[in-house]
Design a binder for this molecule. Structure first.
Ligand SMILES: Cc1cc2nc3c(=O)[nH]c(=O)nc-3n(C[C@H](O)[C@H](O)[C@H](O)COP(=O)(O)O)c2cc1C
Length: 236
């Protein structure tokens, strides 16, 4: 995770939040023992609020329940969140009641267990494709999870063509304004309870044109793979 593109953004966002007075706790989904939700709903019908699995998740749910802000940090994998993040988030069912209610937005949702309160969700994500549209499913996923948990979606730090960020950094290009904007977003959220749209736009600003991106990445792949037409699909 520490070597990842998403981590770059996340750490600067958290640095800004800490600078503004927040206390931060990190939970690495991939490093936890998380059993698969079997959808038998024992946490609703047999032992309300308690999952049958005894693994690392109940501690995460305790911490999530008291957090003012839930920061979901995930690269885009197959359009959405990573499998590890989805596996962890499927396990929030014990926080919800089976009963439905109609929210202020006129949409149905499950009633929250008493220990969950209205707080915020933020998404931090990077993707491989050049276009911002690649984030549409993951943003929907984060918003929907926020609704289910009774949390306001406060916004998303999105870095399209995220592959280019470290690549450019390693070659001495000045991309610090992007990371500075991520830090500013963390500071704004804690200080003002909201992130400015201009700050979020600065995080996702194009790093180069689409054609430059394609050329840059393909040249890098050529150097790494040693282009042998007929061997690696797409090369040459
Ligand atoms: C299994 C897998 C699936 C991916 N799926 C997508 C995708 O659907 N859309 C996309 O734009 N990028 C996709 N990517 C690219 C990553 O989102 C991108 O490289 C990201 O910046 C990686 O972040 P990380 O370094 O924090 O892991 C995928 C990468 C992997 C490994």
């Amino acid at each position: 995770m520490e070597r990842g593109n998403t981590f770059l953004l996340l750490e600067r966002f958290l640095a800004g939040a800490v600078d503004a007075g927040a206390t931060v706790e990190r939970v690495a989904a991939y490093a936890l023992h998380v059993e698969q939700c079997e959808a038998r709903m024992r946490c609703w019908y047999s032992t309300p609020g308690v999952c049958i699995h005894k693994d690392d998740v109940s501690d995460v749910l305790d911490r999530l329940s008291v957090a003012d802000v839930l920061v979901l940090s995930s690269p885009v994998h197959v359009g959405g969140m990573t499998g590890g993040m989805v596996r962890l988030m499927e396990r929030v069912m014990p926080l919800l009641s089976p009963y439905f209610e109609v929210g202020e937005d006129g949409r149905t949702r499950h009633v929250l267990s008493p220990h969950s309160e209205k707080r915020m969700v933020v998404l931090v994500s990077t993707c491989g494709y050049y276009e911002e549209e690649a984030f549409e499913p993951i943003v929907c996923q984060a918003k929907d999870l926020g609704r289910s948990l009774g949390r306001r979606f406060a916004g998303a730090l999105l870095r399209p063509h995220g592959l280019a960020l470290r690549f450019m950094q390693a070659r001495g290009y000045d991309v610090d304004d992007v990371l500075q904007a991520a830090e500013n977003a963390g500071r704004e959220l804690v200080r003002d309870g909201a992130m400015k749209e201009s700050t979020l736009a600065a995080v996702r600003r194009p790093l180069m044109s689409r054609d430059e991106f394609v050329d840059m990445m393909n040249s890098a792949f050529d150097r790494r793979l040693g282009c042998q037409p007929g061997h690696t699909p797409g090369c040459g």
